[in-house]
Design a protein around this ligand. Structure first.
Ligand SMILES: [Ca+2]
Ligand SMILES: [Ca+2]
Length: 131
């Protein structure tokens, strides 16, 4: 884990750089798909919950997380097969990053990053751009 400074525009740049973002979604998808069947089921996501928590779920009571998963599948499981495929997962990641960017706004905030998390990639992306 490390601490980094992040602002909304940096996150949005990352999402809009489709090459970098897609690569990152692929990577996250493989990490979440713990049973390797090419789709993310609820149990895949729950297994990787530690990873997810760095994005949005931290400090939430368990039942709220369960509700969150319900909403998440309702909204992003477009073909309603109980699994998120690569594209559905990409849409979810985009939504998470975008809402995070909105939440942070223009002024940089300090955040705790888990290694290999999506936000970590966004920060690295921003650093690469500015150097
Ligand atoms: Ca799976
Ligand atoms: Ca699906």
């Amino acid at each position: 884990m490390s601490v980094a400074c992040l602002d909304g525009p940096t996150l949005m740049e990352f999402v809009e750089d489709s090459e970098a973002f897609d690569k990152c979604v692929d990577e996250q998808f493989l990490m979440f798909d713990t049973d390797g069947d090419g789709g993310l089921s609820r149990s895949d996501l729950e297994t990787r919950h530690g990873k997810f928590s760095s994005v949005e779920f931290e400090l939430q009571p368990k039942e709220e997380i369960t509700n969150l998963y319900d909403t998440l599948f309702e909204k992003f499981d477009a073909d309603d097969n109980g699994m998120l495929d690569r594209d559905e997962f990409g849409a979810l990641m985009r939504e998470i990053i975008t809402s995070k960017a909105r939440g942070i706004g223009q002024s940089p905030v300090l955040i705790i990053l888990q290694r290999d998390s999506l936000l970590m990639r966004a920060v690295e992306h921003g650093l690469a751009k500015s150097s």
